[in-house]
Design a protein around this ligand. Sequence first.
Ligand code: ZN
Length: 474
Amino acid sequence: MDEAKEELKEIIEFLKDPKKFQRLGGKIPRGVLLTGPPGTGKTLLAKAVSGEAEVQFSSLSGSDFVEMFVGVGAARVRDLFEQAKRYTKTSGKGCIIFIDEIDAVGRQRFSGIGGGHDEREQTLNALLAEMDGFGTDESVIVVAATNRPDVLDPALLRPGRFDRLIVVDSPDIKGREEILKVHVRGKKVSPNVSLNKIARQTAGFSGADLANLCNESALLAARREKEEITMDEMDEAIDRVLMGPQRKSRVINEHEKKITAFHEAGHALVALLLPKVKSLDKVTIIPRGLAGGYTKLLDEDKKLYTKNELIEGITVSLAGRASEELALGEISIGAHDDIEKATKLARNMVCVFGMSEKLGHISFDKQSGPIFLGRDLVTEKHYSEKTAEEIDKEIKAIIDQCYHMAKELLEKNREKLYTFANTLLEKETLDGEEVKRLLGFKTEEKPQDDSEKTKEPIDFKTEEENKDDNSENP
Ligand code: ZN
């Protein structure tokens, strides 16, 4: 969290020696907003700031107010600020007021169904009034945390209020390795455990997830009566945190197992065949959590995707169903999650990222704030019925094109698909290297930057473009 820490260091300086900044007429910042996914340590960071600056820390959580009687929340906010001001006056020290889950009170006003939420609005108004009422000589800083900056009332973000925004993101690969080091401290870990490898497999995990992973692996090792935690338990713990525990006891009939094997082999094979897709970590047909089986790709710490990468992502999502249809001649409901994911992504391509050739570089769904964890965002739609129809058509064109591409790739590699699915039926779980060896792909570990050049790049064309091509070359 180097960047977040750097920004907060400045706040610590303010709190430690406000005079230094006021001497030249500067105003101490009033409010700092920490935003980021759950479990990334926003509360811990705020506490660390107060500890480092040696100032008082008082906190409350936005969700405490939700069920309160009208007026109580506002009174509590006034109380909290009153206490903080009194404390700084008598002690000469600074104070941090920490408001967790500020989105619970700070949602945009007048936006609820059937008008506003009286209690919430009064609390929010009290908070705004208190923040505006600060004297310039008081060294009270309000730190708030949220994972939904997109729903906050714009009034909260105005200058003089929460005008400093600090993003506390999920840790990157280096950060994850450091966090893992902290959590294996005091646990008996075998020397064969590579924290770097685990860090690579856990893109998107928050600090809390990584702590959970380390604890799960210790419990697993104990259950298996081992002397130390090995890579096996670590691997199993990653899957547990991701998908829930294995359900080996679930009885699956042979036909169901076969569908799952072809479904997963379809995802994994298409992932291996496409140039931009992340490397394959493992494939299994052992049910876990709600999933019948799953294919795990090694995620990179990536934030910026190209159109082709998105297209390939959708293609991999649809490859499970395409494989069922191709190999078994019928399709199952096992793909419902894939279908949902693919549709959402295609919709975002058209409506948010402006990636549809036909509709152009235009945003149709207004979305604000960072896109965390694939949550449904608050969207405003402003377009005509006719445009809505075209949007639907474009989404369908993308999905159809991707499905077609997946099926074509599998058709061309039919033999590989059958070998893969049959081996899965027999062995149930295969890791990425085993799969590559089995199917004759290059096996050396893919480097981090994914520079394998053995695959040919594919060109994505919408149906419209294909039609144009055909008319030129009848
Ligand atoms: Zn699937």
